[in-house]
Design a protein around this ligand. Sequence first.
Ligand SMILES: [Zn+2]
Length: 83
Amino acid sequence: MSAELRTISIHCARCRSLLYRYRKGGRGGLVKCRPERITEDRTAGDLRCPQCGQEFARAVTMGGGPAHKIIRGKVYTRGMSRK
Ligand SMILES: [Zn+2]
């Protein structure tokens, strides 16, 4: 099993604030975040942008563990593709 992880930045789509730095596995788009893979958390832990207050994710259980399910269109990412 190849564990391909890259660190990406997750930003608020409304005000562009940095929300998380995150170690993402796989090649697909960002659907959810696993809390243990967040390497830097700029939020207050309430799944809202600290700058503009927009809610960007919902706390769910996926695959037997907690996850932050990203609300479509509320964030954008940087660092997804390899150089
Ligand atoms: Zn914001």
